[in-house]
Design a protein around this ligand. Structure first.
Ligand SMILES: *Cc1c(COP(=O)(O)O)cnc(C)c1O
Length: 360
């Protein structure tokens, strides 16, 4: 049998999570950038037959989907890096975010760009991408005079995962103010602002096209453990198997750096997964795994291809037993917080070596 390290991707759960996101806005573009957060962009796009559209980070990701036969609207969140990319957006009918003057200069240089459906990005406080609020109206006038088609006014929230901060509503109001001012000239103009956290946690903040990402994959974006986790269905279940077992005596250590020393005689299981698969090396001793209906715990450092778990008091578990690292039973957010990161990063870090198995 081949090395049993795999990520089972439950596509029905992906679809269910999408339906949940979609309840809160007229349209929802499913964010499938970074290979659908490690889940596989093509299978995700193929499964999400009801999606209004998709959002990816860059043109390469968009073109790959087009070449693989995905016909739905796609928006590129970073827009284009040069004129060739703008031209290929025209050719492949891809919606584009316009966020910087350097892009606008290219767009007004060639009448063919009048065909593009543009998302005009305004910086309302994230201070990353987007035109300044106080320049938005002038630049939108310039776009209109140049014959460009702005379909969406968009912005991105900096703190929508934090319910204590009023900034999300302030950002939304700033965006909505520009919409009200521009509506006279662009009656069809609509808003897009909501990421997963805003969709879930900010019922008063409602846009026309939301952009759910992490929630589609069944992981809560909120910083505190929030009841919403229970309505999201985990999509990825990462598993491997125990490939060896043995007993160490009290005082003996496990793995690199002797970081864990047995206090008593301990039976150890070696699991075929490590940071070469994307399981975080920063996971400390005591990180939970799921095996035979129980929570067990890692011991020692995670190495490239293996990690070790404590099997004391579990005589029924031995070589061949399946171990879940996260998914149905172990919340990826729990592992992420032990590693000082977020589930987004765990999912994206999963390497090519992990076989993705798709279940409908
Ligand atoms: C990645 C991204 C999203 C999705 O965010 P989630 O927190 O995963 O829902 C939405 N909008 C933009 C601009 C993004 O870059």
């Amino acid at each position: 049998m081949a090395r049993p390290t795999q990520a089972v991707i439950n596509l029905q759960h992906l679809k269910d999570n999408y339906q949940l996101a979609k309840q809160h806005s007229q349209q929802a573009y499913a964010v499938i950038k970074a290979n659908a957060y490690g889940h596989g962009a093509l299978p995700a796009a193929q499964a999400l037959t009801e999606a209004d559209g998709f959002a990816v980070a860059c043109m390469d990701e968009a073109l790959q989907l087009r070449h693989q036969g995905i016909k739905k609207p796609i928006v590129v969140l970073e827009g284009a890096f040069d004129k060739d990319e703008w031209l290929s957006a025209v050719e492949h009918d891809i919606e584009m975010v316009l966020h910087h003057q350097s892009q606008l200069n290219i767009l007004i240089s060639d009448p063919c760009f009048a065909q593009l459906q543009l998302w005009f990005k305004i910086d309302t406080g994230m201070n990353r991408l987007g035109f300044r609020l106080d320049e938005a109206n002038t630049l939108l006038d310039m776009c209109r005079n140049a014959g460009l088609r702005i379909k969406v006014l968009m912005s991105h929230f900096a703190c929508s995962d934090d319910l204590e901060k009023a900034k999300t509503e302030t950002q939304f109001q700033a965006l909505d103010t520009i919409l009200q001012q521009q509506k006279l000239f662009w009656p069809e103009l609509i808003l897009s602002s909501n990421n997963s956290a805003a969709i879930i946690a900010w019922p008063k903040v409602r846009d026309h096209i939301s952009r759910p990402g992490i929630m589609l994959y069944g992981s809560s974006p909120l910083i505190d453990s929030n009841p919403c986790q229970s309505i999201l269905k985990p999509v990825m279940t990462l598993t491997s198997k125990i490939m060896a077992s043995h007993i160490v005596n009290a005082g003996e250590s496990i793995g690199y750096g002797d970081s864990w020393i047995a206090e008593q005689s301990t039976r150890i299981g070696i699991v075929a997964i490590g940071y070469g698969d994307g399981y975080p090396r920063s996971a400390p001793s005591g990180t939970p795994v799921w095996c035979n209906g129980k929570r067990l715990h890692t011991v020692g450092r995670v190495s490239m291809d293996m990690l070790c778990i404590d099997l004391n008091d579990n005589d029924d578990i031995d070589v061949g037993a399946e171990v879940e690292l996260w998914g149905e039973h172990i919340n990826a957010n729990e592992i992420a917080s032990l590693c000082n990161t977020i589930s987004y990063e765990l999912f994206c870090q999963l390497t090519q070596r992990v076989k993705r198995i798709y279940s409908a």
